[in-house]
Design a protein around this ligand. Structure first.
Ligand code: HEM
Ligand SMILES: *[C@@H]1O[C@H](CO)[C@@H](O)[C@H](O)[C@H]1NC(C)=O
Ligand SMILES: *[C@@H]1O[C@H](CO)[C@@H](O)[C@H](O)[C@H]1NC(C)=O
Ligand SMILES: *[C@@H]1O[C@H](CO)[C@@H](O)[C@H](O)[C@H]1NC(C)=O
Ligand SMILES: *[C@@H]1O[C@H](CO)[C@@H](O)[C@H](O)[C@H]1NC(C)=O
Ligand SMILES: *[C@@H]1O[C@H](CO)[C@@H](O)[C@H](O)[C@H]1NC(C)=O
Ligand SMILES: *[C@@H]1O[C@H](CO)[C@@H](O)[C@H](O)[C@H]1NC(C)=O
Ligand SMILES: *[C@@H]1O[C@H](CO)[C@@H](O)[C@H](O)[C@H]1NC(C)=O
Ligand SMILES: CC(=O)N[C@H]1CO[C@H](CO)[C@@H](O)[C@@H]1O
Length: 376
């Protein structure tokens, strides 16, 4: 009897641990003892290799009858990225907001015609720092709100809401983490987005608006956020994300580089494509986005740095910048990933090595040489 009670207690303890640690929870930053306890409870999954480019890159209806917008159900996860949120709310991604990297790459290619190099690079960057390497799952936001009694649990980081490794400051429609919410749509910020679109774009978000508003958001963070950080990778993603709406949120039958405010609100706030929305008429990858980044950054140049107190923006010469793209890759791997996983073993190490290969693959053949923090 005592033995049975003991077994039941162990079973309960194990199941509550499993509940407390979702399959998509990130293992980044956990102690060796926590990793030893949690990893055996996870169902390890061999990831499929990254999908290749689309075979047919024509424009087509993507708000179609197989991908209707649906409202959130209890427990569905959404996060700081209006692109991924929208794909989930239209069923191009699992509607619960938890996906494998391969599902994300397929969805951004099919749904928005994102180019394969960009899709692979961004997805594995996010997965390496915010996803679960062992189960191959990534949450596009935080974790499901815990319902019921809270069992003791390790500090679960993970999902794209995690601050400072991928998600960062000076977003257009989301606040800085310092102010408490780094991922929800903010109406005040959208009002400003609209005001800038009226002032510089004749009522549309176009490249001129993108340049002015990017600069405005940087200036606001400098002036108000004592903890403002604008170094790589955020330095790159902030500019890239200012370009994305111009190409991915504009109907592919028009492709005129300007986004109407009602359609912008649909994507940014409601994770919703316009009725009858067609994806871009060609795949848009690193080269086109790179041109957009240059146009926006050159309108109001500022080097990477961080605030040391409100209003005191101090440059950080160790950060990668537009002249040192390979340093983005090197620092991300050698510093960010390495510090989150200082000494991985077993299935975790194997998965990290595979995902580092996948992350590097769009750079293969360039003069940016691959590095191997966990051996070849
Ligand atoms: C390929 C995988 C993708 C990943 C992992 C990803 C991840 C993210 C993350 C973490 C952010 C938050 C950055 C921040 O504000 O701190 C973000 C923002 C953003 N993403 Fe994505 N994204 C992806 C694809 C896309 C696509 C396909 C689109 C457009 C269709 C898109 C559009 C945007 C935009 C416009 C923002 C800026 C939001 C704002 O500043 O208010 N993303 N993304
Ligand atoms: C490519 O897709 C478009 C839009 O769905 C379709 O009209 C066209 O026939 C396809 N082309 C080929 C070669 O399959
Ligand atoms: C403050 O900045 C540091 C360094 O970027 C970051 O690790 C930390 O999460 C930030 N805290 C908040 C509340 O934004
Ligand atoms: C939205 O942003 C504004 C301006 O930065 C800020 O004052 C406000 O607290 C934010 N609202 C929410 C709900 O976070
Ligand atoms: C944006 O729209 C405004 C108003 O129509 C126009 O003056 C400006 O040239 C446009 N910017 C670009 C890059 O097309
Ligand atoms: C897509 O549309 C743009 C703007 O109308 C046009 O310049 C471009 O040639 C089109 N691309 C394809 C592949 O049809
Ligand atoms: C990566 O880090 C290792 C160990 O800290 C160092 O020896 C190596 O030079 C770094 N690689 C690059 C390319 O910076
Ligand atoms: C890079 O390309 C080489 C030669 O095509 C190939 O053998 C290697 O597996 C590739 N590496 C990665 C990480 O994609
Ligand atoms: C680090 C950080 O500030 N993360 C926050 C992102 O936003 C969510 C929701 O408000 C917070 O719970 C996180 O702490």
């Amino acid at each position: 009897m005592a033995r049975l009670t003991f077994l039941v207690a162990v079973a309960l303890a194990l199941s509550s641990t499993t509940v407390a640690f979702p399959s998509y929870g990130s293992l980044a930053g956990l102690s060796e003892a926590e990793l030893d306890r949690i990893i055996p409870l996870l169902e390890a999954r061999d990831a499929c290799p990254p999908p290749g480019p689309l075979k047919n890159t024509s424009t087509k209806l993507v708000n179609d009858k197989d991908h209707p917008w649906k409202p959130l159900r209890d427990g569905d996860i959404r996060g700081p990225c209006p692109g991924l949120n929208t794909l989930a709310s239209h069923g191009w991604l699992p509607r619960n907001g938890v996906a494998t990297p391969a599902q994300i790459i397929n969805a951004v290619q099919e749904g928005f015609n994102m180019g394969n190099d960009l899709a692979v690079f961004v997805t594995y960057a996010a997965h390496l720092v915010d996803g679960n390497q062992v189960t191959d799952l990534l949450s596009i936001g935080g974790k499901t709100p815990q319902t019921g009694p809270d069992p003791p649990q390790p500090a679960i980081v993970g999902g794209l809401d995690t601050h400072a490794v991928f998600e960062g400051d000076a977003s257009m429609t989301r606040g800085d983490a310092f102010f408490g919410d780094n991922h929800s749509f903010n109406e005040t910020q959208f009002d400003e987005f609209s005001a800038f679109s009226n002032k510089f774009g004749g009522g549309y978000y176009n490249l001129s608006v993108a340049a002015e508003f990017r600069w405005q958001r940087i200036q606001e963070s400098i002036a108000t956020n004592p903890n403002f950080s604008f170094i790589s990778p955020r330095y790159f993603t902030a500019y890239a994300e200012s370009v994305f709406p111009l190409v991915f949120f504009v109907d592919g039958r028009v492709s005129d580089g300007r986004l109407s405010l009602p359609n912008a609100r649909g994507f940014f706030q409601n994770s919703q494509m316009p009725t009858d929305f067609f994806r871009p008429n060609q795949s848009i990858g690193l080269d086109v986005i790179g041109d957009g980044i240059s146009a926006i950054a050159s309108a109001h140049p500022i080097a990477p740095g961080k605030n040391e107190g409100v209003g005191n923006y101090v440059l950080d010469p160790t950060s990668a910048d537009f002249d040192h793209f390979c340093l983005l890759y090197i620092n991300f791997v050698n510093q960010t990933v390495k510090s989150l996983y200082p000494n991985p073993t077993g299935v975790l190490r194997d998965a990290l090595k595979r995902n580092l290969d996948n992350f590097y693959s769009p750079l293969n053949g360039s003069d940016c040489v691959q590095i191997f923090p966990y051996g070849k």
